[in-house]
Design a protein around this ligand. Structure first.
Ligand SMILES: [Zn+2]
Length: 118
């Protein structure tokens, strides 16, 4: 049976790119990136041991394990970003800045604080 939406056109892609990422992680180039100790997204100095390899275009969204698509990211940014593409991150940042008026992040944070939830 065919799926009506074909999200993963190439089932080998993720496995292949994950293997390439593993190789890239062992490269001299990647060690240099880690040695700076700076997260690509938030710019914080978190130290090499707290940085992980992040795909700018996520592998699951068709991104590749090449130098132009991998950056060091702190754990927090890596989690926040998850499977978002750069366009989706830009949108999320606009929301954060209040540029999208119908959405108030502070109000949402309060809602999810747990205090007022049953
Ligand atoms: Zn970060």
């Amino acid at each position: 049976m065919d799926n009506w939406v074909d999200i993963q056109k190439d089932p080998g892609h993720v496995a292949r790119e994950r293997a390439k990422a593993k190789e890239l992680r062992q490269s001299e180039w990647w060690r240099e990136q880690l040695a700076r100790g700076v997260c690509h997204y938030c710019g914080r100095q978190v130290g090499a041991e707290n940085l992980t390899m992040d795909h700018v275009i996520p592998v699951a969204r068709g991104g590749k394990s090449v130098r132009s698509n991998v950056v060091p990211a702190c754990e927090q940014c890596n989690k926040t970003k998850s499977f978002l593409t750069p366009a989706e991150i830009a949108l999320a940042e606009l929301e954060e800045q209040g540029a999208l008026p119908e959405y108030d992040p502070d109000e949402l944070m309060e809602l999810f604080d747990g205090k007022d939830l049953p």
